[in-house]
Ligand binder design. Structure first.
Ligand SMILES: [Zn+2]
Length: 324
């Protein structure tokens, strides 16, 4: 047997290629901020911007023209408070963005996904309500659930095609499903960040979304990076609570988790190529240490090969251009 027989030309290689990557597999995250004509580049994420709603619509139209599958929306509110009121404000930044995007031609081609969490809106930067206890603090699980459900309902009413809870509170999928159904949004799907690990690779995102915790860290709710079996239990629980699709985060350092999830369940699976994965590659590109085009596509292909149906990536537009 000579395995090299099938590698002799690009048409041959294309014929026997096992994994595909298409622009429609890619979800493009956008960070919405107040104002008009604002396009502020994020220092640690070259090519990624805080965008006012009008600029976000322009960005969405470009993404739609390139065949990108959808958008994942995050918000930087005008002001923050202890509870994160801006998250469920019907006139909040993401809700404004959703209405504008829904009214644009881009929405006919793009799935609009709204991130559901409180950390971008709370003054302390945690994903839930914070209570002092025993000289320290605790993020209150059950009190947070109602606020998450309220946020998801508000986003669905503003035009979100999918809501995506990223907070990692226990029971949030069930609470959001109940909230959506009670509000007449029974057809809005939930994409749960089922296994979200407490990762150093989120670093640049915190600059992008201005969401760094002001004290402590997120290890009491996000998962320990050492645990695969626990990730599968999280997935099973979210599915039992009514998640329609699941998202795995981060992607490249956790491809074994994506594969295990694929083997566990038939529901659609997404992988989130997080900010640190993007910034790390960008830094290498800038130094000329990696071939930009090939490394971009190879990083995304690895996630499809591991079993992800779609990928959330800051490279969405660039990769779609390469795939055209
Ligand atoms: Zn959060």
């Amino acid at each position: 047997m000579r395995m090299r027989r099938l590698r002799r030309s690009e048409p041959l290689r294309a014929l026997v290629r096992e994994t595909t990557l298409n622009p429609g597999d890619l979800i493009y995250p956008l960070f919405l901020c107040p104002g008009q004509g604002v396009r502020r580049e994020i220092g640690s994420m070259p090519g990624v911007f805080n965008l006012s709603v009008d600029e976000a619509v322009r960005e969405a139209e470009q993404a739609a023209a390139l065949g990108v599958g959808g958008l994942l929306l995050f918000g930087l509110p005008e002001s923050k408070d202890e509870q994160g009121v801006g998250a469920w404000d019907d006139n909040g930044i993401v809700q404004q963005g959703l209405r504008a995007l829904k009214a644009s031609s881009a929405s006919k081609k793009l799935v609009l996904i709204a991130d559901v969490c409180l950390c971008e809106y709370t003054s302390h930067g945690h994903c839930g309500i914070v209570k002092e206890c025993d000289g320290g603090f605790d993020v209150e699980n059950d009190a947070t659930l109602e606020l998450l459900a309220r946020t998801a309902v508000s986003q669905a009413k503003a035009g979100a095609d999918i809501v995506a809870p990223s907070d990692m509170m226990d029971g949030r999928v069930a609470a959001i499903r109940r909230g959506l159904d009670a509000a007449g949004c029974s057809l809005t799907p939930i994409l749960s960040y089922a296994s979200k690990f407490a990762s150093a690779f989120y670093g640049p995102f915190r600059e992008a979304a201005d969401s760094a915790p002001q004290f402590g860290d997120r290890r009491t709710y996000q998962m320990d990076g050492a645990n695969l079996r626990e990730a599968l239990r999280e997935i099973e629980l979210d599915l039992a609570e009514g998640a329609d699709m699941i998202l795995m985060k981060p992607a490249m350092p956790y491809l074994d988790v994506v594969r295990a999830a694929r083997d566990l369940t038939g529901v659609p699976i997404g992988a989130y190529q997080v900010s640190g994965e993007y910034s790390m590659l960008q830094a290498a590109f800038e130094r000329g240490w990696l071939d930009r085009d090939r490394a971009t596509l190879e990083s995304l292909l690895s996630m499809r090969r591991a079993g992800a149906d779609f990928i959330v990536t800051y490279f969405a537009k660039a990769a779609a251009r390469l795939l055209a």
